[in-house]
Design a binder for this molecule. Structure first.
Ligand code: ADP
Ligand code: SF4
Length: 717
């Protein structure tokens, strides 16, 4: 089947959206429109400075009026291991580079200054962490933060002031004081939970807000002539009167400082609340908490809420909920979102699906990645652009078998390159695993992965879409393709092999066994169900929820000590564990599934081996996946000369949807999936004495790393 005539890539801009493109004065600077990329972490930071700078620059190119850095430590005593730093002038070159990339495209550059107080352990710098009151540092490191004296407070003020002056030198237009997410000293001072002081910085709210007020005043005094001073503030911690709330002290803080900063950047705290995934929140989920702010202050207000709908954005501005549409994740999923609204290309907006893979990359300290936008984090390293791709440079005619996320992504970008491409799937509808998984509880927004790609393909005359076609090796070899990509996916195992079981589970032939595919195909277990999760990401949890919603009595068993433990990286884990505890009949963590038989399952503690037997009419195994590569093996057996055959996505290596999309994109760019001897991307190496010791290797550096190294040297590092 071929879709009808290609449509233009954009229609005329709708004048209705003009309010989103009116400039706004923020203190001494003017933002060109209402699209504001708020500070967000990205896993690149000071370790991958060129990659970070280029990523920010692309956002500016995509039309964001302001583009901010992630948080930036002002001092080594409050040092976040995964963020930027501005301890003194030696850190300026990295930051100046980001500023230049942002300014190149006409956006304002913002920097979020931070001192992380007792949120960090300072393991790198070995400085003793500081807090308003004596306390252990966050999480589980055996480190205490000492109580700050008045000299410490004066020091913290001075360090912020110096950092603000240096930020101005680097060229920043907006300088933040950061009191959000319960992560920084001014937030810690504000909190009755953390601040037990009896001096003029503790006790009453007026005292607890003192440090925050002073930091904003100091910054205004130091750089306010040329830089706007923004205050990032979590107005509600979602713990009622125990913490800040939009009807309590959060509200009062805004009232007390209403006219002090040039910009209020407001959200909810902690980070897990602010960064909620779509499984737990809808677009605009923060509005009920932050909408009071504009009623209290006359200063511009920016807020976030995974906004991707132009209508919703317009409504926010027109009704006075916000002055600026803040975005982190929507700007990652589509760095060109503002430009697409400006040019009327609404259907081309690649909407964030709220999966939080981006957050996981930061937590895992690897360059930013995104399910919807595989080019993020690769702008400098591989030279990928989110909207542009090189025209075709071979004469290949391409067949892609499998229209899941990998196949769809490959088809979109091969089509844009001008390759005649045919995308085939045996199903009547494209989308593969995404179409199925989006029916699971809380995952509806994931369907956007399919919708965006099908929308793009409808407009591409180079791509032919053939659903309802179950192809075999024979059929493929008869056709006239020179390059074949197999994106035939993967399926969950039914023998229990996974991370902890390396041999098939004993007794699987004696009882009713189900996999996620069975359940998604409508084959549901009955009676008492034991769900064994040895995968540790989202699937075990959402399948359990799905079964409970259909009346099953589910016992959740996992060898890990947390439910869905990987989701600690996607800021979802506590919510998932709570949901499992509320919905399942029982949750057994640190527990291995040993053996099953009709009516029963044997479990054992992973630490002691202590056994127990529970009743089980059916077993659901969420353990690991195997590629559906029969077609590949069949082709491989028959092809000695002829078309090149490449596996992509889950058929090559089962993984996340983000990995499948990336694999499809990589294939579209390179027409291959083979590993090269040297990395096919640039690295940010520090130059030591390589020239002297290995002069013959210097050619290697010339095209890539060395340029960057030289620039850094020239800047005085
Ligand atoms: P990925 O995540 O790698 O994109 P998916 O499992 O989402 O993989 O999608 C694989 C798609 O391949 C499914 O939609 C499936 O219907 C299709 N498929 C698998 N084998 C064949 C085949 N022999 N002929 C046509 N389509 C196939
Ligand atoms: Fe949105 Fe997921 Fe991309 Fe993050 S990774 S920006 S949540 S689509």
């Amino acid at each position: 089947m071929k879709y009808p005539a290609p449509r233009p890539s954009c229609s005329a801009a709708d004048p209705m959206f003009a309010p989103l493109f009116t400039p706004l004065q923020i203190g001494p600077v003017t933002i060109r429109n209402r699209f504001y990329q708020v500070p967000h972490c990205n896993g690149m930071n000071r370790v991958h400075p060129s990659a970070m700078a280029q990523m920010r620059g692309i956002k500016a190119e995509g039309g964001w009026g302001a583009v901010c850095t992630e948080q930036c430590d002002v001092h080594y005593s409050g040092c976040h291991p995964r963020e930027l730093r501005l301890w003194d002038q030696h850190d300026l070159p990295i930051l100046a580079r980001a500023v230049d990339e942002i300014h190149k495209h006409g956006a304002l550059a913002g920097i979020e200054l931070a001192h992380n107080g007792f949120h960090v352990h300072n393991l790198e710098t070995r400085a003793i962490p500081m807090a308003p009151s004596l306390t252990p540092t966050r999480s589980n490191a055996p480190v205490m933060a000492r109580e700050m004296d008045l000299q410490d407070i004066r020091d913290v003020r001075r360090w912020h002031r110096l950092a603000a002056i240096n930020a101005k030198r680097a060229g920043f237009d907006i300088v933040y004081i950061y009191a959000g997410h319960d992560m920084t000293l001014p937030a810690h001072f504000l909190s009755r939970r953390h601040n037990r002081r009896t001096d003029c910085y503790g006790g009453s709210l007026e005292n607890r807000v003192r440090l925050l007020r002073e930091l904003v005043e100091d910054a205004k005094d130091a750089v306010g002539d040329r830089c706007a001073i923004a205050l990032r503030f979590g107005v509600d911690e979602l713990i009622g009167s125990e913490g800040l709330s939009c009807v309590g002290e959060g509200h009062d803080v805004v009232q007390m400082l209403a006219h002090l900063p040039d910009l209020w950047d407001v959200n909810i705290s902690s980070f897990e609340n602010d960064g909620q995934s779509s499984r737990f929140s809808e677009e605009g989920f923060q509005e009920e908490y932050i909408r009071f702010v504009k009623k209290v202050t006359g200063k511009p207000v920016v807020g976030v809420g995974r906004y991707t709908s132009p209508d919703r954005m317009l409504w926010l501005i027109s009704t006075g909920v916000l002055d600026l549409i803040g975005a982190a994740r929507p700007s990652i999923a589509d760095p060109f979102l503002p430009e697409k609204i400006r040019t009327g290309a609404y259907d081309d907006i690649r909407e964030c699906i709220g999966c939080n893979i981006c957050i996981a990359s930061d937590k895992l300290s690897v360059p930013l990645r995104c399910t919807q936008n595989p080019t993020i984090g690769e702008e400098w390293r591989r030279g990928w652009h989110p909207e542009r791709i090189a025209a075709k440079d071979t004469g290949d005619r391409v067949l892609i078998v499998g229209g899941g996320p990998a196949g769809l992504e490959a088809a979109v970008w091969l089509g844009r390159r001008g390759y005649e491409t045919t995308l085939i799937d045996r199903s009547p509808e494209f989308g593969g695993r995404v179409r199925r998984e989006a029916r699971l509880p809380g995952l509806r927004a994931w369907q956007r992965v399919v919708d965006w790609r099908l929308e793009q393909l409808k407009k591409d005359r180079h791509v032919t879409l053939l659903p309802n076609n179950d192809v075999t090796a024979g059929i493929i070899l008869e056709a006239d393709f020179t390059l074949i990509a197999l994106a035939t996916g993967a399926e969950w195992r039914s023998d229990g092999i996974g991370r902890s079981l390396t041999q098939p589970l004993r007794g699987v032939e004696l009882t009713a066994i189900f996999t996620p595919e069975d359940i998604l195909a409508g084959r549901l277990p009955e009676g008492r169900v034991v769900l064994f999760d040895d995968d540790h990401y989202y699937m075990g949890g959402v399948i359990a929820e799905y079964l409970v919603e259909r009346g099953c009595d589910v016992t959740f068993v996992t060898p890990d000590s947390l439910v869905s433990s990987f989701t600690t990286n996607t800021a979802e884990q506590p919510r998932i564990q709570r949901r499992m505890l509320e919905k399942c009949s029982a949750v057994h963590v640190s527990t291995q599934l040993i053996e099953v038989r009709a009516g029963e399952a044997d479990l054992a503690c992973v630490f002691t081996g202590r056994p127990r037997t529970i009743m089980a009419d059916a077993i659901v195994l969420v353990t690991s996946q195997v590629p559906c590569d029969e077609l590949f093996l069949d082709l491989f057996a028959h092809v000695s000369v002829g078309p090149r055959v490449v596996r992509i996505g889950d058929c090559y290596a089962p993984g996340t949807i983000a990995a499948a999309v990336y694999s499809g994109h990589l294939f579209a760019r390179t027409l291959d999936n083979r590993l090269s001897d040297s990395p096919p991307f640039r690295r940010e190496n520090t130059q030591l004495d390589w020239d002297q010791r290995f002069p013959e290797d210097m050619g290697v550096f010339r095209g890539c790393d060395r340029n960057q190294v030289l620039e850094r040297n020239e800047l005085g590092q």
